[in-house]
Design a protein around this ligand. Structure first.
Ligand code: RIB
Length: 302
């Protein structure tokens, strides 16, 4: 165990602990192709798949599939995607009593996946940008006894800020996945227990190259715990003066979309079960590695 004692004390949860995810719901429109087109070029792709996505949604569904008592706070539009998204959450053991609804379109994400399984994603947030912080806080009060709150950057940061501040004030352990990457205010990080970026996100939020020396340097600048996910290289838990690397199994990757989200959803679930951070990371790597061997986002989770 390489974490400060005060951060360890937050891991004792009640039985039947609740996880709340606040974040995005998108419809993923995935094109599989050997090569990514260059400027002005038209190419034939191999196949197309539409499915449920959004970083928040993926994280909630992963936790739900693992058997967590998970509540989703998200915002959907009044389009054809609304009902199917709600049905999908329910089918994956995610409570939808606190889904917010607005006029207009739900979030969508056109995605390209190349022959190596790597993806390029454009998110059009739609209703995700309309989520209401006060309603979210009322929802959290109504849900009650939340052990773990999970958030990401696909909803407005002002909303994350208010909700995470409320969580901190109510002794809720919080996990923030800064994806897609954006600079984070120091006072927001005061409300975060676990910050979990991937290497690219680390580079953007810290303005440092992703390597051990810089992980340790950045850890000293922030008031929370830090894990950096490293894709096929696993993940690193960054302590105050040493790093602990966890490797990933070698697998044949066909689609990496949503692998990071399956890591976060699994980590949240394992943490809510009072497992050690090291154990949580190992389980999260296992699930993320499994997910890249199948096509699709949530459809690659099990
Ligand atoms: O992390 C993968 C997710 O990013 C996709 O599901 C897409 O919707 C975007 O949110």
């Amino acid at each position: 165990m390489i974490l400060a004692k005060n951060s360890v004390e937050r891991y004792t949860f009640n039985m039947n602990s609740k996880i709340c995810v606040i974040g995005s719901s998108n419809i993923d429109q995935i094109a599989y192709t050997q090569n990514i087109p260059s400027d002005g070029e038209t190419l034939f792709g191999d196949s197309f798949q539409m499915g449920f996505g959004g970083k928040g949604a993926n994280q909630a569904v992963m936790a739900g599939l693992l058997g967590a008592d998970v509540y989703m706070i998200t915002c959907l539009g009044d389009d054809v995607y609304k009902e199917m998204t709600i049905t999908n959450y329910q089918a994956n053991n995610v409570n939808t009593d606190h889904v917010q609804l607005v006029r207009g379109s739900s979030g969508v994400a056109p995605i390209w996946v190349d022959s190596t399984g790597q993806n390029r994603i454009i998110v059009i947030p739609g209703a995700n940008n309309e989520i209401d912080a006060q309603k979210a806080i009322s929802s959290m009060t109504e849900i009650g006894n939340i052990s773990v709150l999970v958030g990401q950057c696909e909803i407005p940061m002002e909303v994350n800020h208010q909700v995470f501040e409320f969580a901190k004030g109510n002794s809720i352990t919080t996990i923030f996945n800064p994806a897609p990457a954006r600079k984070l205010e120091k006072d927001f990080l005061e409300h975060v227990t676990w910050l979990i970026p991937n290497e690219n996100e680390f580079e953007l939020i810290s303005s440092m190259e992703p390597n051990d020396e810089n992980f340790l340097r950045f850890k000293k600048e922030i008031p929370c715990n830090l894990i950096v996910t490293l894709g096929e290289k696993g993940a690193v838990l960054v302590g105050d003066d040493k790093t602990h690397h966890f490797s990933a199994p070698t697998v044949d990757a066909v689609d990496t979309t949503g692998a990071g989200d399956s890591f976060i959803g699994t980590f949240a679930y394992e943490l809510s079960e009072s497992n050690s951070p090291e154990e949580c990371i190992k389980k999260a790597i296992q699930k993320a590695s499994q997910s890249v061997t199948k096509k699709g986002t949530q459809s690659s989770y099990s």
